[in-house]
Design a protein around this ligand. Structure first.
Ligand SMILES: C[S@@+](CC[C@H](N)C(=O)[O-])C[C@H]1O[C@@H](n2cnc3c(N)ncnc32)[C@H](O)[C@@H]1O
Length: 366
């Protein structure tokens, strides 16, 4: 990965032709190179959609915008006019150099009397930082907004990387595959209510802005697209996300089944029981350490640590493993009135309640 500043003369825009590659895949020629479908290179050619994306983000002049996959810079150039800085992460070195050329050679034509004067303006050079690298493997710098027409094959890891990013950004407007966008905004009971929907909506407010047809891209992708808006929840819900994801995975592996049947499954029960025994063992070990610390150190720091541990253990009473895990889980499901429900009908508060009650009994999922 390298950080490049823009520095190259402007280039002309050539014809677009299709050509088969050595692998037999169709690629579209543009400028001096071919667009590669394996890198999701579908360039937005409709300026109206670009304006919509920028508009819906509520961009301000003081904003630092992260763009994933700037490509030839159709969106980047518009962003540079509206914000303080654009940080663009691009994996394809040919696109990086094309964008550098474009930002360096912003030509401004002005008609004066009978002459056309062409000014070579470079107002955006200092506002653009290009990072050459894979967006999934790159550490994101600070940004307020993320506006991007992303390569669809990295949608899921990218969204969770964005949602895990700290400090929180204000919002993201992203172009995604329509089917993926619909899963993100699905509601309990919808056919596509899934792990993706529940995890996205736990961490962010998600809105479906509009469907975008294939004809708005060059070359056109095989699938329909859609614009979504993500606003991270700030502060995020005070839960252990690994624990949460463990529970949601179990529930959504067979999301049409009754919860009591899911938690009756042999391998599910075995895993929970294993975690439960480990958890009880660890707590005993912690108690031992705390007691030892009490005897060994009387200094304030240790005392503070001890009291913290004390409150921790005071809250979680169970030290002995539960004898009948299956029956206890069944009791918990009945207590929270979820035994006869199916995961696909449950909403986020239902899952939060279930996780809390199972955790309180010493059952964990990470
Ligand atoms: C759908 S195109 C978007 C181009 C441009 N933003 C536009 O709207 O016209 C996706 C871009 O992401 C780049 N890309 C693909 N995989 C990437 C990755 N893992 N990290 C960063 N960029 C990537 C591609 O090279 C391509 O330029």
């Amino acid at each position: 990965m390298s950080i490049l500043s823009s520095a190259a003369p402007p280039s002309g825009y050539g014809k677009h032709t299709k050509a088969p590659t050595s692998t037999g895949k169709k690629e579209e020629r543009h400028h001096a190179f071919y667009f590669t479908s394996t890198k999701g290179q579908h360039i937005l050619k409709n300026p109206g959609i670009i304006h919509d994306m920028i508009d819906k983000s509520g961009i301000k002049e003081t904003d630092i915008v992260l763009e994933i996959g700037p490509g030839t810079g159709n969106l980047t150039m518009q962003l540079l006019e509206k914000c303080k800085q654009v940080i663009a992460i691009e994996v394809d070195v040919r696109m990086v150099s094309e964008l550098r050329k474009r930002v360096m050679g912003t030509k401004v034509k002005k008609k004066k009397h009978n002459f056309i004067i062409i000014f070579l303006k470079r107002p955006f050079e200092s506002k653009l930082q290009i990072i050459h690298g894979d967006a999934i493997k790159t550490n994101f710098p600070f940004f307020n907004l993320c506006i991007a027409n992303i390569p669809y094959q990295i949608s899921s890891p990218l969204i969770f990387k964005l949602l895990a990013h700290r400090p929180h950004f204000r919002c993201a407007v992203l172009m995604l595959q329509d089917e993926f966008a619909k899963r993100m905004v699905a509601r309990p009971g919808d056919y596509v209510w899934s792990r993706l929907s529940i995890n996205c909506q736990l961490l962010a407010r998600v809105g479906y802005l509009k469907k975008v047809g294939k004809a708005n891209f060059r070359p056109p992708p095989k699938v329909e697209s859609a614009l979504i808006r993500l606003e991270p929840r700030h502060p995020p819900p005070p839960i252990n996300f690994l624990e949460w994801d463990g529970l949601i995975r179990i529930c959504f592996e067979r999301r049409h089944r009754l919860l009591q049947k899911i938690f009756n499954n042999k391998s599910v029960l075995e895993n929970i029981e294993k975690n439960h025994r480990l958890f009880c063992e660890m707590k005993k070990w912690y108690v031992f350490v705390v007691v030892l610390l009490l005897f060994v150190c009387v200094c304030t720091v240790v005392f503070v640590q001890y009291t913290t541990q004390y409150f921790f253990f005071k809250k979680k009473k169970h030290l002995e493993p539960v004898a009948d895990v299956k029956a206890t889980i069944r009791k918990v499901l009945e207590e929270c009135d979820l035994a006869d429900k199916r995961p696909r009908h449950l909403d986020i508060p239902d899952f939060l309640k279930l996780m809390k009650m199972l955790n309180d009994k010493g059952f964990h999922f990470k």
